[in-house]
Design a protein around this ligand. Structure first.
Ligand SMILES: [Zn+2]
Ligand SMILES: [Zn+2]
Ligand SMILES: [Zn+2]
Ligand SMILES: [Zn+2]
Length: 259
């Protein structure tokens, strides 16, 4: 969505209306209008300023004509296909994305409070967001959107960030592609994260395992390790360094065993 809104993805045309589509039974579950790409300084990141329209089958039927109009005038609604699990994830994170940019108050009739659950449900075909924020937008923001008057009443503003991996939850894969200082410190001895090292090595196919250049120092193609035929080097120096200091000795042995 970030790429398509900025216009550097696919057909390179800028898109600002997206639909989350469940290939399974749920169908279209969410419509997204992007107002802009904003800096999220507090998180040193960016976010999409959006209006989201959580769709239920009944709402979808009611808005059918509006959607067709929108599709035509906005250069097409871009469908983003999501699986069943992803669908549940979206329903769980959307309330948080709404809270991030909330400048209105939840009312005493808030569905979250009544039901005691956020999101309201993750079940298909049912409303999952509370309606307190429906239609609450700065007027300047919405002036340019086709057919906004009818749609806005059921839309809610949300700030959607890109999703990052969290290093303390998931092992960061790419960081391991470059040898970490601790690996250097252990010298030719132990390599504790061997599986990741091998995966990282395979990802670097076509570039020197040590310095990352794509060509041999002497010109021409890189030299492959004669034993494992996986590690590639630009020069003897890099190969020696990997073998002696960066633990390829251990990685190589494992690779050979796996052959
Ligand atoms: Zn509410
Ligand atoms: Zn090199
Ligand atoms: Zn090697
Ligand atoms: Zn090897």
């Amino acid at each position: 969505m970030f790429g398509n809104y900025a216009g550097f993805e696919g057909s390179m045309a800028q898109r600002r209306v997206f639909a989350l589509n469940n290939k399974g039974s749920a169908g279209m579950i969410l419509l997204l209008f992007v107002f802009g790409l904003r800096l999220d300084a507090a998180n040193q990141s960016i976010c999409l300023d959006t209006a989201i329209l959580p769709l239920t089958p009944s709402l979808l039927r009611r808005l059918n004509d509006n959607l067709a109009d929108l599709d035509e005038k906005e250069g097409g609604i871009l469908a983003v296909n999501v699986g069943d699990e992803e669908l549940i994830l979206w329903k769980n994170v959307l309330p948080a994305f709404v809270e991030r940019c909330r400048d209105w108050e939840h009312t005493s009739k808030c569905e979250y409070a009544i039901k005691g659950s956020i999101p309201l449900t993750t079940e298909k075909g049912q409303q999952y967001l509370c309606s307190c924020g429906s239609g609450k937008f700065p007027p300047k923001l919405t002036a340019t959107i086709t057919g906004w008057k009818t749609m806005s009443k059921v839309c809610i503003r949300a700030a959607i960030p890109p999703i990052f991996w969290v290093p303390f939850v998931e092992k960061s894969f790419f960081a391991l592609a470059a040898p970490s200082p601790s690996n250097n410190a252990t010298g030719s001895g132990t390599v504790d994260n061997i599986t990741e090292r091998i995966a990282a090595l395979k990802m670097k196919k076509g570039s020197c395992t040590v310095c990352g250049v794509k060509e041999a120092k002497s010109g021409g193609t890189l030299n492959k390790c004669a034993k494992c035929h996986v590690a590639e080097y630009c020069s003897t120096e890099c190969q020696v360094k990997d073998w002696k200091e960066m633990g390829h000795k251990t990685v190589c042995k494992k690779l050979e065993e796996d052959l």
